[in-house]
Design a protein around this ligand. Structure first.
Ligand code: CTP
Ligand code: MG
Length: 233
């Protein structure tokens, strides 16, 4: 068990529309090995001994939400998300008022990442609490090209010291709220929590996690997630 004195709440942004995935039903409700993708993600989080409860940000009046109140004996609460992922995360953090102190750490995990591994969550918490904030990430392995407007390669970018940000990400609730609010006030569109924290002057620790922790963005990702989860049995 990580060296935290208490298990942590996890905010799960699940209020996206899945425009890149396409189709009528938001991707988080499509079946993944026989159960809605969102449920697969939530079950995995709730089953983790380091997680105390889940706060899910949903679209207003989400007709697909199954109305869960608990999972694996952990509370499952919901709130209304916002127009961008960062707005949904901020809504979830505010909705934890009275449940999580400002000084306590919280996790943020994309609903669209159903293959996250328990051992990665444990390591993120263990190293991240000591570092004051962290995110799961994987080092870049492909050669990176910079394109011009017509789609021709102008240059090859250095790959060293480049990482792909994953979730969960772990920060103190109060510091993350302040960072997301100042990014919003400055009109900076942050695409993850770590970016908001960087803009606020923090240096989150990159904790290497499994590359199988994919974000389901397109139908091809869904097939890959089916394969990965199916292989786990
Ligand atoms: N998300 C959210 N609120 C938003 C936008 C996104 O809670 N306003 C959530 C998504 O539900 C997803 C996670 O943030 O779990 C990562 O976002 P992404 O993969 O981009 O999902 P969508 O925004 O739904 O997809 P797209 O960008 O293709 O529309
Ligand atoms: Mg999106």
């Amino acid at each position: 068990m990580p060296s935290t004195d208490a298990a942590l709440w996890c905010v799960v942004p699940a209020a996206g529309r899945g425009t890149r995935f396409g189709g009528g039903m938001p991707k988080q409700y499509l079946p993944l090995v026989g159960r809605p993708l969102l449920l697969r993600t939530l079950e995995r989080l709730a089953a983790h001994p380091c997680i105390a409860g889940l706060m899910i940000a949903l679209t207003a009046g989400d007709p697909h939400w199954p109305g869960l109140a608990s999972l694996h004996g952990k509370p499952v609460l919901t709130c209304t998300g916002g127009g961008e992922r960062a707005d949904s995360v901020l809504a979830g953090l505010h909705a934890l008022d009275g449940k999580v102190e400002n000084d306590n750490f919280v996790l943020v995990h994309d609903a669209a990442r159903p293959c996250v591994r328990g051992d990665d969550i444990a390591r993120l918490i263990d190293l991240g609490v000591a570092a004051g904030g962290a995110l799961l990430a994987t080092p870049l392995r492909d050669t990176l090209k910079r394109a011009d407007a017509a789609g021709f390669s102008l240059a090859t970018e250095p790959r060293e010291a480049r990482w792909r940000a994953l979730t969960p990400q772990l920060f103190r609730r109060g510091e993350l709220v302040a960072a997301l609010e100042s990014a919003r006030a400055a009109g900076v569109a942050v695409t993850d929590e770590a970016m908001a924290m960087e803009c606020a002057g923090f240096k989150p620790l990159l904790v290497e996690g499994a590359e199988s922790n994919i974000k389901v963005t397109t139908p091809a990702d869904m097939m890959l997630a089916e394969f990965l989860l199916g292989r786990e049995g």
